[in-house]
Write a new protein. Structure first.
Length: 85
């Protein structure tokens, strides 16, 4: 190492570089935390999609049962009546 090519950084320059490194580390940590939260949300989303599919199947099954029992028509939930079409 040739000493004439070496220049000592000022204390201010060293602090600026350290601050940049700390900010970068903080951002990396934040990105990691965010990705973790995203993964948890993806798991929750898959569960909700499964629940929705089960609900749609149940709805379809009930509709088929009622159609077989009463024929085609409409249901008024508030009054609890079926009207044939």
């Amino acid at each position: 190492m040739i000493m004439e090519n070496v220049t000592k950084l000022t204390e201010s320059e060293i602090l600026q570089i350290k601050e940049l490194q700390e900010q970068q580390d903080s951002l990396i940590t934040s990105f990691g935390q965010l990705e973790y939260q995203i993964q948890l949300l993806e798991i929750q989303k898959k569960k909700l999609i499964e629940d929705l599919e089960k609900l749609r199947k149940k709805e379809k099954d009930i509709a088929q049962e009622l159609t077989q029992k009463y024929g085609n028509g409409t249901i008024n939930i508030e009054e609890g009546i079926f009207t044939k079409t």
